[in-house]
Design a protein around this ligand. Structure first.
Ligand SMILES: [Zn+2]
Length: 460
């Protein structure tokens, strides 16, 4: 049974976003029949009008089903059927997950014409909209991208090659062809591009086995796919009631981890690890029922992080969001760090959803620690008590307005009333799920990790 596709606002701790009108078969009425010299399009459609057609790169107004209009950059165009033009747009005020194909009828061509006329020397005062890329690829993302494409030995590339990687990344992340994915009993909307092989990546729909994450082009292939797997590979390291965690070595279960990453990338903007999974451990969270251990999300972690990162990439799959699983994964990463005797944190930069999840986790942990003490406390002490890095402690206390910068030092200052006010202001709530360390069967690796984990085997 196919359920409703996941909506863009379905993030674990996601901000509320309005939903655009689905790109439906509503184009015919918007395609006038007269020819025009101003009709320019990369795919010269049979459509034309006295109104100009938007050029790639132009900024136009796009209407949504609530009758609101939003500025968007035209990224690409296509002709789905003769005379039916569609445009792939990126909304300037929104994250890339909102990018979509829209029918021409949803673009305000009158407004676009005014823009163009505004460019003429004798035209009305210019109303031309300009587009500035709102998203920069950070050095860290470049490193990851490069590692994915070239292997980790190639990470020390020149500035020119980094620029090339940046351009390629921008180009590749512009258009997502896969709009929906059939996964278990769900039909999920794809939020972002994932680098599935070309013959799959260009399909509008993809079929993914929920047990092994093998991807298929046709429903029939999924129906006839015989999968004996009913839980993730690796070692079960945590079990409480219906919640179970598996630890998987990316070097030992390369295909599973690659397929897991490719699937997760459909819902992740920033992280670009797909192929070079060997240097990572994967911690896969499942919900266990009579039919098996269903993967609800995971996080990956570098086996050796020089920056003490305790998490590289985190994803809760859309059907399982807003149930506390994201927070559980974050807490789990800190529990492992504590057992390793380390203070760590997630790799930066965080994705938008990642930041929201972490902020609420950090805030709740710090407020809980502050409630427990009557003594003045420093950021270093809070860091030691919570396992959160000092930088993250300071940033979170600033977010909560509980810290002042005074004479070169950060000073935590608050009253009980202010603690309560911060909780209310940031809408913080007790966790729905918490890690019960009594149910954890895990020791930090002391020997070379591979050998130790190989001995663990698959005891699931
Ligand atoms: Zn399978």
């Amino acid at each position: 049974m196919a359920e409703r596709s996941s909506s863009p606002e379905g993030g674990d701790e996601a901000p509320s976003l309005p939903s655009p009108l689905p790109a439906a078969s509503s184009t015919a009425s918007a395609t006038p029949s007269t020819s025009s010299a101003t009709s320019v399009s990369s795919n010269s459609a049979a459509v034309s009008s006295e109104l100009p057609l938007p050029l790639i790169g132009s900024v136009v107004l796009v209407s949504w089903d609530d009758n609101s209009t939003h500025e968007a950059t035209v990224v690409q165009s296509r002709e789905r059927r003769p005379g039916q033009l569609e445009y792939y747009v990126h909304y300037l005020a929104y994250d890339r997950r909102m990018d979509e194909w829209v029918a021409l009828s949803r673009i305000d061509l009158e407004d676009y014409k005014k823009q163009l006329e505004g460019d003429k020397p004798d035209g009305p005062k210019s109303s031309k909209r300009t587009w500035e890329p709102t998203r920069k690829v950070t050095r860290n993302m470049k490193r990851k991208t490069e590692a994915s494409h070239m292997g980790r030995a190639g990470t020390g590339g020149s500035q020119a090659s980094l620029d090339a990687v940046e351009r390629e990344y921008e180009k590749n992340t512009k258009i997502k062809h896969i709009t929906s994915v059939y996964f278990s009993k769900y039909r999920l909307s794809a939020w972002y591009l994932s680098p599935y092989p070309e013959e799959y990546g260009k399909l509008p729909h993809l079929y993914v086995c929920e047990w092994c994450f093998k991807y298929m082009a046709h429903r029939h292939a999924l129906l006839t796919h015989t999968c004996t797997r009913r839980c993730p590979p690796g070692r079960e390291i945590y079990r409480k009631h219906h919640i179970s965690m598996y630890e998987i070595d990316g070097a030992q279960e390369k295909l599973y981890c690659q397929n897991l990453c490719l699937f997760a990338k459909l819902f992740l903007d920033r992280k670009t690890l797909y192929f070079d999974v060997g240097p990572f451990m994967f911690y896969v969270l499942t919900h266990v029922d009579d039919t098996g251990a269903h993967v609800v999300g995971y996080f990956s972690k570098e086996k050796e992080s020089h920056e003490n990162n305790n998490l590289a990439c985190i994803c809760t799959f859309p059907p399982y969001q807003q149930r506390g699983y994201g927070r559980f994964l974050i807490e789990f990463s800190y529990v492992l760090s504590r057992l390793e005797g380390r203070i760590g944190g997630p790799e930066k930069p965080l994705s938008d959803l990642g930041l929201i999840g972490y902020q609420s986790y950090w805030a709740w942990e710090l407020l809980t620690a502050l409630h427990k003490t009557d003594e003045p406390v420093t950021t270093a002490q809070l860091s030691a008590r919570t396992g959160i890095t000092q930088d993250d402690v300071v940033a979170t206390l600033q977010w909560l307005d509980l810290i002042k910068y005074w004479r070169g030092h950060h000073t935590i200052c608050y009253t009980t009333k202010q603690l309560h006010a911060a909780t209310v202001m940031r809408k913080l709530r007790p966790p729905k799920l918490e890690v019960d360390t009594r149910c954890l069967r895990w020791c930090p690796p002391t020997a070379p990790p591979k050998e130790e984990r190989a001995a663990g085997g698959d005891d699931a």
